[in-house]
Design a binder for this molecule. Structure first.
Ligand SMILES: Cc1cc2nc3c(=O)[nH]c(=O)nc-3n(C[C@H](O)[C@H](O)[C@H](O)COP(=O)(O)OP(=O)(O)OC[C@H]3O[C@@H](n4cnc5c(N)ncnc54)[C@H](O)[C@@H]3O)c2cc1C
Length: 514
């Protein structure tokens, strides 16, 4: 990169908010996508950004983008870097714009039109947990609790269409946003209430939410917020078949009940959760598990790997064992609301021959709800490949999607799943895949095959390839297949807003043929 660019940006931001040193460049070369770790283990070198900068205002973001345009280099918006689809990877180098210094909760106000509610104006670089804490101090909540709340930003949520654990009550992030302020790829600022010149008839949020930094940088947002719920209660319910549990969830959502959390774990995932809530830390969990299954007690890492060479055996074993699928359900509101909703939900579950396990599993889930997603590095350390694949479908296609993906993958890796983010029309499935091949190269190959098969099976079952992790690089290959003709429209918008393709290039399949 030309030193004149660094100079220009240093003049704009001050030297402490611009970095070109190797450590920062290496730190910003990736997000949390498992594939990046597997590639590094296989000896593949990542692309590095040329420069990282930390703006503090929307005007600074605009000037950085204009500088990048002038010098014909890419810019990549960077929130928390917690994305798991490779959305921030600097495929062609360029300027990484880290927005975390734009982190103010600016105002909270009551709005009466078209109905009384509360709205907060917030800069996009704020971390989810900081935002929630600041809102809570004033008696409000955003209602958005992704497992990555500690390391993801509001801008990242909006850019990747995130979903929190309480989405059944509060909706996904795109349902919470009322208006946006953004910087477009040529540096123009679109203020709140403004319009993108080329699309005057469309609210900018309709174009920018979910565009993963390819169409502009979200700098501020007006978000709908809620007074904090006075109480909440969570419990566990056990079903003896996945199908009957899914029918119960569908019924609960379609009769208009409003659980804040409703998550169903398949047999294998239920077993892990069950041992998790019976023992509080992972070590104890492992010991308890092994003591109850003495034939497994000699299993060490090699044996674990050996088992992973035959994942279909484990799955067949599970089919023979009596099924137990755990549902975690929770309600928020005042005591009467909770009591009534819980009673109705339990009635529906019991019609499906379910067993009420009381509050213990629900409280355990609540306690561990952010930590469970951070177990993947342990498995990557053990030379496994591991990832999560979140897809979704309408109720009529959901089980076929679940079975289809498992059938495709069962010889290659262990597959466990839970169903979360349930709505009246459908639900998402969150698969966890774990495999081992014996070498880093083969792990990478196998991992890529797993993704190809899972995406193929999802599309074949009429599902959507992403409910909340976005498309990024990882799913780019399949987006056109899912969107059909709408992909041409997306590409046209990209071309009109970003004629030189400088804004987060190479993502979301925008450069693919067709
Ligand atoms: C352990 C773990 C658990 C997770 N759990 C969940 C979960 O429960 N629910 C969920 O939805 N996701 C989850 N994720 C995925 C991830 O946290 C989300 O995709 C999140 O929305 C990304 O936010 P971020 O700020 O880290 O974005 P980044 O990773 O920095 O960026 C994601 C994409 O958005 C773009 N972008 C970032 N900021 C902006 C901006 N201001 N304007 C325009 N584009 C921008 C980037 O260029 C990139 O394409 C999890 C990830 C991890 C690692």
């Amino acid at each position: 990169m030309k030193s004149s660019i660094k100079k220009t940006l240093e003049n704009l931001l001050g030297p402490s908010r611009v970095a070109v040193d190797p450590v920062n460049r290496a730190l910003y070369c990736r997000d949390m996508m498992s594939g990046s770790t597997l590639e590094m283990k296989a000896g593949l070198h990542p692309h590095l950004p040329d420069l990282i900068c930390w703006p503090e205002t929307t005007e600074e973001v605009s000037k950085i983008v204009r500088t990048a345009n002038h010098h014909k280099i890419p810019v990549i918006p960077f929130g928390g870097g917690s994305g798991v689809s490779g959305g921030t990877l600097p495929l062609r180098g360029g300027i990484m714009i880290d927005l975390k210094r734009m982190a103010s909760l600016e105002t909270i106000k009551r709005v009466d039109d078209p109905y009384p509610h509360y709205v907060a104006t917030i800069q996009s670089g704020i971390l989810g947990e900081h935002l929630e804490r600041k809102l809570n101090e004033r008696g409000y909540t955003l209602g958005h609790f992704p497992s990555s709340i500690l390391c993801a930003t509001l801008g990242g949520y909006l850019a990747a269409r995130s979903a929190g654990q309480l989405s059944s009550r509060y909706g996904k992030i795109e349902e919470m946003v009322e208006d946006l302020e953004a910087v477009l790829p040529l540096g123009t600022i679109v203020p709140f209430g403004g319009r993108i010149k080329k699309y005057p008839e469309v609210a900018p949020k309709e174009i920018l939410v979910g565009s993963e930094g390819t169409l502009g940088i979200i700098t501020r947002a007006r978000m709908r917020i809620h007074p904090m719920a006075p109480a909440a209660r969570y419990r566990g319910i056990s079903f003896n078949s996945l199908s009957s549990a899914l029918r119960a969830i569908r019924n609960i959502m379609q009769t208009g009940l409003r659980p804040s959390v409703i998550r169903l774990y398949d047999e294998l995932d239920s077993l892990l959760l069950k041992y998790g809530y019976e023992a509080d830390d992972r070590k104890k969990t492992g010991k308890k598990f092994l003591s109850e299954f003495p034939y497994l007690s000699s299993l060490k890492e090699n044996a674990f790997h050996a088992l992973l060479h035959h994942p279909d055996w484990i799955q067949t074993l599970f089919q023979l064992a009596p099924a137990e699928c755990l549902l975690i359900i929770g309600f928020e509101g005042d005591a009467d609301f909770i009591r009534h909703q819980e009673k109705e939900a339990l009635k529906i579950c019991k019609e499906r021959i379910a067993r009420d396990l009381g509050e213990k599993p629900g409280l355990h889930w609540l306690k561990k709800r952010y930590s469970v997603s951070f177990k993947m590095p342990d498995l990557l350390e053990k030379d496994c490949f591991v990832d999560t694949i979140e897809v979704a479908a309408t109720w009529d296609r959901l089980e076929a999607l679940y079975e289809g993906v498992r059938r495709e993958l069962k010889k290659q890796c262990l597959v466990l799943a839970h169903f979360s983010h349930a709505y009246s029309e459908g639900c998402s499935i969150y698969f966890t895949v774990i495999g081992h091949t014996g070498s880093a190269r083969k792990n990478l190959e196998s991992y890529r095959q797993v993704w190809r098969k899972a995406m193929g099976a999802t599309l074949a079952a009429g599902g959507t390839i992403s409910h909340h992790h976005g498309i990024g690089l990882l799913k780019a290959e399949w987006l056109a297949q899912e969107l059909g003709g709408a992909m041409r429209f997306f590409k046209r918008i990209k071309k009109e807003l970003d004629p030189h393709n400088f804004m987060n290039p190479g993502k979301m399949g925008l450069e693919m043929m067709g």
